[in-house]
Design a protein around this ligand. Structure first.
Ligand SMILES: [Ca+2]
Ligand SMILES: [Ca+2]
Length: 335
């Protein structure tokens, strides 16, 4: 969001989207909805594996289940969160920016000026409780992603950000889960130019970032682990350091002179990355970012008090790391 690009697109077409206000769902229903998200990944890449490298713009694009237009004529900038496919040298296909859950329920919006008019004063009354563990504790979360997140708790899909790219929205979710509770989040810095990780007509290199506060006291911070699975734009993979550290990769890369020739780095997402027993011990600790370094949008700023002492997290590279998975497991809070 620090990099402001040209206006992408204005749209005034009325489009009705059904989301957010749902009845209580069972964990099984939510799990079923996440089947798409699980498909396609493999165990090809260990945590230390070298990235697969692709070059150039995605040749095919398709809907990833996010809103296709805004109904609010006042919203200054809309970008649809499309997905695309790129092929590496070995002929392997990669979905960029990520294989997301395109069909699962969306979280409730606290702020959405795309398909709503902005502040949603009624958001609390629209929350339903996803029962993950019948005897668990009820927890309410407030979440903001730049640009997109999916939330999983104890391995179960809970909900996803309703607006995948821009404008910026913020979200709430409620679930019942038994301790220890594993929170797992897929964060995506979306883009316009799929495959080279850049946004808007000006080919900006945008930044990511995620923050969440949960009513059991769990907040995003340095106790979380975050790992990158898609980084772009890069010239090649030689800049990648230990444990996928892309901090030494130049921003902008040399290829930015011809941005559609830039490269991207991909690592396979393990099928079980959101499960409580997934071993994230080799993932780096989350890097912390000041809110003002991530975003100044009303979707976050107007709700900052709800986030308490939560901190923005991501990997070490806020600019180039575009699909980031983060996790933390917490014990029951003291009574
Ligand atoms: Ca969003
Ligand atoms: Ca980026």
């Amino acid at each position: 969001m620090r990099h402001i690009g040209l206006l992408l697109q204005l749209t005034f077409v009325v489009f009705a989207v059904g989301c957010s206000a749902e009845d209580t769902r069972t964990a099984d229903q939510a799990s079923e909805a996440s089947t798409d998200e699980q498909a396609g990944s493999s165990s090809l890449d260990s945590i230390d594996a070298a990235p697969r490298v692709t070059s150039g713009i995605a040749q095919s694009t398709f809907s990833c289940g996010s809103v296709s237009r805004c109904t609010n004529p006042m919203v200054p900038r809309f970008g649809e969160a499309l997905c695309g496919t790129v092929i590496d040298d070995a002929g392997r296909s990669w979905v960029v920016p990520a294989e997301v859950n395109a069909t699962g329920p969306t979280c409730v919006d606290m702020y959405n000026d795309c398909t709503e008019t902005g502040n949603n004063a009624a958001y609390e009354s629209q929350l339903s409780t996803l029962v993950i563990d019948e005897n668990g504790s009820e927890v309410t979360g407030h979440l903001f992603g730049d640009n997109f997140f999916e939330l999983y708790v104890n391995g179960q899909y809970v909900c996803r950000d309703s607006v995948g790219f821009v404008p910026f929205n913020s979200s709430a979710a409620r679930f019942r889960a038994e301790y220890p509770v594993t929170f797992a989040v897929r964060g995506i810095d979306w883009g316009t130019h799929l495959g080279v990780g850049m946004e808007y007509d000006s080919y900006n290199i945008g930044d990511g970032g995620f923050i969440a506060h949960f009513s059991d006291g769990t907040v995003t911070g340095s106790s979380w682990k975050c790992q990158v699975f898609y980084a772009a734009p890069v010239d090649d993979a030689s800049c990648v350091g230990e444990n996928r550290d892309t901090s030494a990769c130049p921003v902008p890369p040399s290829c930015a002179d011809e941005p559609e020739s830039c490269g991207a780095l991909h690592w396979s997402v393990p099928d079980d990355w959101a499960m409580p027993d997934f071993d994230d011990s080799s993932w780096p600790s989350a890097s912390i970012y000041a809110a003002e370094d991530v975003t100044g949008v009303p979707a976050y700023v107007d709700y900052a008090a709800l986030f308490g002492d939560a901190e923005f997290i991501w990997t070490k590279n806020l600019d180039l790391d575009n699909q980031v998975l983060c996790r933390v497991t917490v014990e029951a809070p003291a009574p």
